[in-house]
Design a binder for this molecule. Structure first.
Ligand code: ADP
Ligand code: MG
Length: 683
């Protein structure tokens, strides 16, 4: 049998059953996956600096032999130090609180390391360097790709496996994008790009390969989405809404006055709904700006004008919370249903029946709303909340397959930098909510190093004694291979230490939905004082009595995520504070910006400068942050080019004059993207 890219990785030279398992853990199952497992970084050892020439404060790459290694105590905890020398000078590599590092070093070992040099304890030091064992540079080549590895499978062994795979499989790669298109944008051919990303001769060619793949990803995504949108939008729009009495009465009965931003958003939506064209609107506003009420007004208007409404939230917790809020605030104005993955079978059946017969006016739920069994009588308005957790594909799924194309309101608390909004949301009108309900004070943010933990938890305890509640957020669920703080461990520590006698709860993604729901409801009810959690609390939870948040290892999160997180406090009348504990000095410096900036858009612009547009692209278009695009280091100009090219290719195909290779590319992408109309048929 001839090789195929669909071959199991097991049969790639140098893999075998044991390594195949490890690769599977990394999501690599076939030869194609292996070629698509890109290095996320390269180490450029072509510019090694002699240690004698080091200037403190600079970023350097050095190479030398281990002279000695040992532990010292420091204010930042137990430090493991390795002394290396290259004959021109000596330098120390230092790891804090990572005792197991000692296993990696022995005297005489050749190592290369890079990082920022600081003058400490009377010598040069690099704290937590990037490092590897090294031969002489010529043995390994000066530019080394670095892969995401797993225990038992190093970056180096991955590289040699991938090199074998390239030898065998390169002839079988079937390029997706015509060479003429890639040429036009000064990119590599796909085959060249595969070779160059895994075996770069220089940093420049590696960058070019990454640009090529980023372009390919974005181009195909755009072609897929634009095609799907065109297909979906063939359906006619709902008739202009004419009645708003109930919706207005609902606003009058609210226990508060609308903010100017809420009023403007409602006007925007009202104009859309009375226009006779299908609304496609993004409602963007910082956490706590009161977007829910605006969405409720829209849904109630739909009901009043004879339509059903849908509200889809990304998590069970959030959907449940909305269901409660809606039931309380709407009262008898609408009949509300709930549907999620954990709805019991009998409830589910009766809900689906009532939905189809029109006895439910507004259905609230999770992704479960996208299931093909959900049949609407006449869906007129779809709201997706916290849209950054979904993607365009999901929102189009919900509106497709109806005889009339429902109105669409996309609600998001993730500010997209203005410079990106047009590219990412080109198909949506935007309402921005830029004022907060009165009486809210911005959450005070304090960034501290690990030595500041004590202070943070003392402040937290103080708030508990006043009857307030608190969040503790950690990057991991359980202790892993890194020294990152894990929620389950932190909870135990706190119960024995700082928070002895307080009532703590734990939620994270690998608990069952029921467990999460139960803990959440107990927290909302005030029975649990401190909720220790992973970022599952990031989205939309509203507990006004919570006034403190402590984020452990905050520097492992993006600034935008941290901004979302701190929005979980400061939602009531009491002043709130968020402590961000950084694990490194450079991390601490990065976080400091959040102490001064409270505007989500500004935070987003900073994140864009720091980490590039990849993450926003992912979150805006298809839900989860796209680590692949972020890792490919996609730049703004690639995004813009790919979007333009997608439009051009599609209009060529529409016109019937497209060259065969363009037509084929578009067809292949459309097939891969799937038929939108197979979802959510109404009758
Ligand atoms: P988000 O925009 O983050 O989704 P919510 O819609 O959950 O925010 O609103 C946060 C809280 O503010 C809710 O408790 C809500 O009842 C309240 N709220 C909304 N609008 C106003 C307002 N105009 N004045 C006072 N409180 C408001
Ligand atoms: Mg919300």
């Amino acid at each position: 049998m001839s090789p195929s890219l669909d071959d199991s990785v097991r049969y790639v030279k140098g893999v075998g059953p044991r390594r195949a398992e490890l690769l599977n853990e990394l999501g690599v199952c076939t030869a194609r996956d292996l070629l698509d497992h890109f290095p996320f970084r390269i180490d450029d050892f072509s510019r090694v600096l002699p240690m004698g020439l080091i200037i403190p404060g600079s970023e350097v790459t050095v190479q030398g032999k281990v002279v000695s290694a040992g532990f010292v105590h420091s204010t930042r905890g137990k430090a493991f130090r390795v002394c290396i020398s290259d004959g021109t000078g000596v330098l120390y590599l230092v790891w804090y609180n990572m005792p197991y590092m000692y296993r990696s070093f022995r005297p005489g070992l050749s190592v290369a390391a890079s990082g920022k040099v600081e003058w400490r304890r009377g010598s040069f030091e690099i704290a937590h360097p990037i490092w590897r064992e090294s031969g002489t540079p010529s043995e390994k080549g000066p530019v080394i790709p670095v892969y995401h590895a797993t225990q038992g499978l190093t970056s180096q062994s991955l590289h040699s496996i991938i090199k074998e795979a390239l030898k065998v499989y390169v002839p079988y790669i079937r390029p997706l994008i015509p060479k003429s298109v890639l040429d036009k944008h000064g990119l590599l051919s796909e085959v060249q790009a595969y070779k160059a990303i895994h075996n770069p001769d220089s940093p420049d060619i590696w960058e070019k390969a990454r640009r090529t793949f980023a372009f390919r990803e974005i181009l195909s995504l755009q072609i897929g989405l634009l095609s799907m949108k065109a297909e979906v939008e063939k359906a006619p729009s709902p008739q202009a809404f004419t009645r708003f009495d109930k919706a207005q009465a609902f606003l009058r009965d609210l226990p508060f006055r609308l903010t100017p931003a809420q009023q403007r958003a409602i006007q925007d939506i009202g104009r859309d709904l009375t226009s006779g064209r299908t609304m496609n609107r993004l409602l963007q506003g910082d956490v706590g700006s009161g977007k829910t009420v605006v969405a409720m007004w829209g849904l109630l208007s739909a009901v009043e004008n004879g339509w059903q409404g849908a509200l889809m939230a990304p998590t069970e917790v959030l959907a449940t919370q909305h269901y409660k809020t809606f039931s309380e605030l709407l009262g008898s104005r609408a009949r509300i249903g709930f549907l999620s993955g954990s709805t019991r079978k009998s409830d589910r059946e009766s809900t689906l029946e009532r939905l189809e017969s029109g006895e439910i006016d507004i259905l609230i739920g999770t992704h479960a709303l996208l299931s093909p069994e959900v049949k609407w009588r006449n869906l007129g308005l779809v709201v997706t909340d916290e849209q950054h957790r979904f993607g365009v594909k999901e929102r189009l799924k919900l509106t497709s397959g109806h005889e009339i194309l429902p109105h669409m309101l996309v609600v998001s608390a993730t500010p997209i930098p203005r410079s990106l909004a047009l590219t990412l949301y080109g198909d949506l009108d935007v309402s921005i909510m830029d004022s907060m309900p009165e009486g809210r004070s911005p959450v005070a943010t304090r960034c501290v190093g690990r030595s500041g933990r004590d202070l943070a938890y003392r402040a937290l305890k103080e708030e508990l004694s006043k009857g307030r509640q608190a969040f503790v957020v950690c990057p991991l669920i359980t202790e892993g291979k890194t020294d990152r703080r894990a929620a389950s461990i932190v909870k135990e520590e706190l119960e024995k230490g700082h928070l002895k006698g307080s009532i703590l709860g734990l939620i994270h993604g690998s608990l069952s939905k029921n467990e999460i729901n139960e803990t959440m409801s107990r927290f909302v009810a005030g029975e649990i004082q401190v909720l220790v959690a992973t970022t599952v609390v990031e989205v939309g939870i509203d507990v006004p009595n919570a006034t403190v948040m402590v984020v452990e290892d905050a520097d492992s999160f993006g600034l935008a995520t941290l901004h979302q997180l701190r929005g979980r406090v400061g939602r009531g009348k009491h002043p709130s504070v968020c402590f961000l504990i950084a694990s490194t000095d450079s991390g601490l410096r990065r976080l400091k910006a959040l102490e001064k900036i409270s505007d989500g858009f500004e935070v987003a612009e900073m994140d864009l400068r720091e980490r590039g547009p990849g993450q926003f692209f992912g979150t805006a278009q298809h839900g989860v942050p796209d680590t692949k695009l972020a890792e490919l280091g996609v730049s703004l100009d690639v995004v813009a080019r790919a979007r333009e090219e997608a439009k051009e290719m599609l209009s060529l195909v529409e016109s019937g004059f497209a060259p065969p290779e363009i037509r084929e590319t578009v067809e292949r992408i459309r097939r891969r993207f799937g038929d939108p109309l197979e979802y959510g048929r109404s009758r």
